[in-house]
Design a protein around this ligand. Structure first.
Ligand code: FAD
Length: 474
């Protein structure tokens, strides 16, 4: 039984926050002076700055520049306990959450467990494509890209070389566009120098989008500017292309067409974390939890749902988009709302302030839509840079990223193109159980993660990031 399974003995109510992402961290910071005991739970020991994941996947940033240990970020919060735990369900009646470390009791609950990639219920698509949803996936993708170039350098047959160097990116939202553009920059820059025997013509990058054009949420002029930037970088865009299946040779489209690709990257959207299923409430769009105007769960004023997990009514009656700003603002609101409830004050409605949407389309090129202001090219990229630097949690993180970008801007060739993997077999927890300091000493991801031969670098990275990929790929 965990020491958190019963109510607090401190006389202060306990607020349990599930998820140390944008929303969860904003919530615990808002509660820092509140007369409560805060318990923050996350499945990982680190907070990930998702907007930078595509840069990790394209060897522009190191993982440490896109993630921070949670314990370092919450160091100054005296009323907070952080624990690594995977939350599996929520028991609304008994006011407990179930975790892999036992149950944790709460007086107030803030659910901020974010979202997962949406593979449209296809196990094949999930197994055969690469996601960019967390640090483990981004590193796995970086290894895949670099390994394909290493394999192609051995291939004498030009057809086989082109096959190995074919990449399809599914999803023309900001994540897909940013990844495709950054991959083109990597290919033209560092990889052209690293692999002088491979020509740009042998590499194909296709961006596959179901609607009329990529970046549909941006104004038409900005869409055109991004399309030009992609074309200049040699990224082919296939619009109105709905994916039916992914196989070992590439994509099958719903209209019967095929797109050959040895590497398929899946950036076709997200859906709320499956944790929401245990709430037993009717779910909304993208399986998000509908919340009241104060971000509470109807009938359970002690429960707040925030960030990507929540379907928050917007001004136009459309739910708010799944964005970092929504996470930050809604998480902060939930923290302040609990403080208000404890002080006997009325809980205010949540008001979202749209700070604009942005996307990067390659090196020093971006688009930004900030109210009526539409920026593109270098100015759009600068707007993106400053907004994102300001959002990174922790001063050291901001400094690290700024230094990396400046060095990337000046030298355009950062030496982060490592394919890393373990040298010896990783024992499963059950093999170490019973030994002193055995199973509890280190949490290993899965019995199936056995040797480098079986799983290669992906397993090493999964182990390192404590995030099991569980995929079968070629
Ligand atoms: C590749 C990528 C790029 C993006 N780029 C942008 C961008 O440029 N601009 C923008 O505004 N938005 C962007 N987004 C969206 C943005 O990152 C999300 O909207 C935001 O992270 C949501 O915040 P959140 O706190 O709800 O979830 P997250 O930040 O995802 O945090 C959820 C946390 O919950 C933890 N967790 C999950 N399940 C469990 C569990 N069962 N038990 C315990 N802990 C759990 C996770 O480990 C994570 O730490 C991007 C997203 C991705 C994936």
């Amino acid at each position: 039984m965990s020491d958190l399974s019963r109510s607090t003995h401190t006389g202060r109510p306990r607020v349990v926050v599930v998820g140390a992402g944008f929303a969860g961290l904003a919530a615990v910071k808002a509660l820092k002076a509140a007369p409560v005991e805060v318990v923050l739970l996350d499945q990982h020991n680190h907070h990930v700055f998702n907007p930078f994941l595509y840069q990790v996947a394209t060897a522009l940033l190191e993982p440490v520049e896109a993630a921070n240990p949670v314990r370092a970020l919450v160091r100054g919060l005296r009323n907070l306990t952080f624990r690594v735990a995977t939350v599996s369900d929520v028991h609304l009646r008994s006011q407990q959450v179930g975790t892999d470390r036992g149950v944790v009791a709460y007086d107030y609950l803030i659910l901020a467990a974010g979202s997962v990639s949406d593979y449209f219920h296809s196990a094949d698509i999930a197994a055969r494509s690469f996601g960019i949803k967390d640090l483990g996936e981004a590193l796995e993708l970086r290894n895949q890209v670099l390994s394909r170039f290493e394999q192609a350098s051995w291939a004498a047959d030009p057809v086989e070389r082109s096959r190995l160097l074919s990449f399809a990116v599914v999803g023309g939202g900001p994540t897909g566009v940013e990844f495709a553009a950054a991959l083109a920059v990597l290919v033209e820059g560092s990889l052209a120098k690293d692999f002088p025997s491979i020509t740009r013509e042998e590499v194909s990058i296709v961006l596959v989008e179901g609607s009329e054009a990529p970046l549909a949420s941006f104004a038409k002029g900005l869409q055109r500017s991004a399309a030009r930037a992609l074309a200049n970088k040699g990224v082919r865009v296939e619009s109105k292309a709905m994916v039916a299946d992914v196989d070992v040779e590439g994509l099958l489209l719903k209209d019967g067409r095929r797109i050959e690709a040895a590497t398929v990257v899946w950036a076709a959207g997200v859906t709320a974390n499956p944790l929401v299923e245990s709430l037993g409430v009717e779910l909304g769009s993208k399986r998000r939890v509908p919340v009241t105007a104060t971000l509470q769960l109807a009938g359970h004023p002690e429960v707040f749902v925030v960030g990507d997990l929540a379907e928050i009514p917007g001004r136009s009656k459309q739910p708010l988009p799944m964005l970092a700003q929504v996470g930050l603002q809604s998480g902060g609101h939930a923290g302040r709302a609990i403080e208000a409830m404890l002080a006997g004050r009325r809980v205010a409605r949540f008001r979202y302030h749209n700070l604009g949407t942005m996307a990067v389309v390659g090196r020093n090129d971006g688009i930004a839509q900030i109210g009526p202001l539409h920026l593109s090219g270098f100015v759009g990229w600068l707007a993106w840079l400053f907004l994102h630097i300001a959002r990174i949690h922790g001063l050291s993180g901001r400094f690290l990223v700024l230094v990396s970008w400046i060095s990337g801007f000046v030298f355009a060739d950062r030496p982060v193109r490592l394919v890393v993997g373990p040298r010896k077999a990783i024992p499963h927890a059950s093999q170490t159980a019973g030994r002193p300091g055995g199973a509890d000493a280190i949490e290993l991801p899965s019995p199936s993660v056995a040797t480098v031969d079986e799983w290669g670098p992906a397993a090493a990275l999964a182990w390192w990031t404590q995030d099991l990929p569980g995929r079968e790929r070629t």
